[in-house]
Design a protein around this ligand. Structure first.
Ligand code: ATP
Ligand code: MG
Length: 340
C-alpha cells in the first residue's frame, strides 16, 4: 500500500459493531460518512468491532456472517481500502493486550458511570449483562489509543467513551511517561444523534430500535420508504426545526438535509406552509434511492467473499505495523519483562 507508513498526515480511527444484519441510517449519517470524508486527508484506520459484539453473546454463525456483511457495507459506503486500513478487531491481538493494561488503570466506579452500560444492562437485566459489556469502553480505549489518532469520527452516544479514552491516555502518560495522544471526538452536529422513527427521543439503534423505528441500509427500498412515511411526528402541523418541541419533525428535517446534501434551513424553506405528509413523502423517495444504490453495491461486494477476506487481511497487516510496537513500548513502561 502506498505512502501510508511514511505519511505525516493526521490519523483518524473508528469502529462499528457487527451486531445486526445491516447498518442503519444513524450509523451511516452519524459516523461512517465521516469515516469516508476523513480518509481524504487522514491516515485512516477503520475496524469491525467483532470483539465488542461478543459482549451480547451473538450466535457464532450469525456473527461470522455479519463480519462479512459489515465489511461489504463499509466498502459500499465508500471506505477505500487503498487509503484506509480496514480490518477486523480480533485480527489485531494488540487490542486485547493493551486493554488489560487499561483495565488495571480504570476505577470500578469510573467504569460504572458509563451511561451506555447502564442503558444496555438495564435492558438485558442486571444478571444477564456480561462483565465484557461492563469493560467494553476500556477495550475501546485500547482500540483507539493504539493508533494515536487525532480524530475519532463517532456519533454523540460515544462522547462519554471518548472522554474515558482521553482520561486513560492522560493517566497512562502521567504514570509512565508521554506515550499516548489525547484523541479528539469528531462529532458532526446535526447528524450526531439520528432518532428512532417511532420514538424520536431515543437514538436509532441496531440492538434497541423496533423494526419500524430503524431504516436499515440494506432494507428493501419500498420498505424503507414506508418506514419514513409512517414515522411518528409531533402534534401541530408547522414544519419548523425545533428539536426540543418537535423532535420527530426535527429528525426528518435532519435526514432530508443530510441525504439531499443541503441545509435544514433550506429544507424548512422548501416545505414552508406544507403539511408533514409532504415532507415525509419527499424524504421517503430520497431514502429509497439511497438504500437502493447502497444495497446493490453491498451485494456486489458480498458476491466475492474471498476478496473481502483479502481486504481485511491487508488491513490487519497494516494495523499491526502500527499497533505492535505500541504494545511493546507499553509493556516495557509498566514493568513487564520481555520474554525471550
Ligand atoms: P448497538 O445497538 O449494537 O450498540 P449501534 O446502532 O449503536 O449498535 P454501533 O456499532 O454501536 O451502532 O456504533 C457505530 C457508530 O455509529 C458509532 O460511531 C456510533 O456513535 C454511531 N451511531 C450509532 N447510532 C447512531 C445514531 N442513531 N445517530 C448517529 N450516530 C450513531
Ligand atoms: Mg452502539
Amino acid at each position: 500500500m502506498h505512502s501510508m507508513s511514511s505519511s505525516t498526515r493526521p490519523r483518524s480511527l473508528s469502529g462499528i459493531q457487527p451486531t445486526a444484519e445491516s447498518f442503519h441510517l444513524g450509523n451511516y449519517l452519524g459516523a461512517v460518512r465521516q469515516w469516508v470524508g476523513l480518509q481524504e486527508d487522514h491516515d485512516a484506520f477503520y475496524f469491525i468491532a467483532d470483539l465488542h459484539a461478543l459482549t451480547v453473546q451473538p450466535d457464532p454463525a450469525q456473527l461470522r456472517a455479519r463480519v462479512h456483511r459489515s465489511a461489504a457495507q463499509l466498502l459500499a459506503a465508500g471506505v477505500d481500502p487503498e487509503r484506509s486500513a480496514l480490518f477486523c478487531q480480533s485480527h489485531v491481538p494488540e487490542h486485547t493486550q493493551l486493554a488489560w493494561v487499561f483495565n488495571c488503570l480504570t476505577g470500578f466506579g469510573e467504569a460504572g458511570r458509563m451511561t451506555q452500560f447502564k442503558d444496555k444492562s438495564a435492558k438485558a437485566g442486571a444478571d444477564k449483562a456480561s462483565v465484557g459489556l461492563f469493560t467494553y469502553p476500556i477495550l475501546q480505549a485500547a482500540d483507539i489509543l493504539l493508533y494515536n489518532p487525532h480524530h475519532v469520527p463517532v456519533g454523540e452516544d460515544q462522547r462519554q467513551h471518548l472522554e474515558l479514552s482521553r482520561n486513560l491516555a492522560q493517566r497512562f502518560n502521567h504514570h509512565y511517561g508521554e506515550t499516548f495522544r489525547q484523541p479528539e471526538a469528531y462529532i458532526v452536529k446535526g447528524t450526531a444523534k439520528i432518532a428512532d422513527l417511532q420514538d424520536p427521543t431515543a437514538k436509532m439503534s441496531k440492538s434497541a430500535s423496533s423494526p419500524n423505528g430503524i431504516v436499515d441500509l440494506l432494507d428493501d427500498p419500498k420498505k424503507a420508504a414506508k418506514k419514513i412515511r409512517s414515522a411518528v411526528t409531533d402534534s401541530g402541523d408547522t414544519i419548523r426545526y425545533d428539536p426540543e418541541g418537535q423532535p420527530g419533525i426535527a429528525n426528518l428535517l435532519t435526514l432530508f438535509a443530510t441525504v439531499a446534501g443541503t441545509t435544514v434551513d433550506d429544507v424548512v424553506a422548501q416545505f414552508e406552509g406544507q403539511q408533514y405528509g409532504h415532507l415525509k413523502v419527499a424524504l421517503a423517495d430520497l431514502v429509497a434511492d439511497l438504500v437502493s444504490g447502497f444495497g446493490e453495491r453491498t451485494r456486489a461486494y458480498l458476491d466475492d467473499p474471498a476478496e473481502l477476506d483479502r481486504v481485511l487481511a491487508a488491513g490487519a497487516a497494516r494495523a499491526r505495523e502500527v499497533a505492535a510496537p505500541v504494545v511493546v513500548d507499553v509493556y516495557d513502561k509498566v514493568g513487564l519483562v520481555r520474554g525471550v
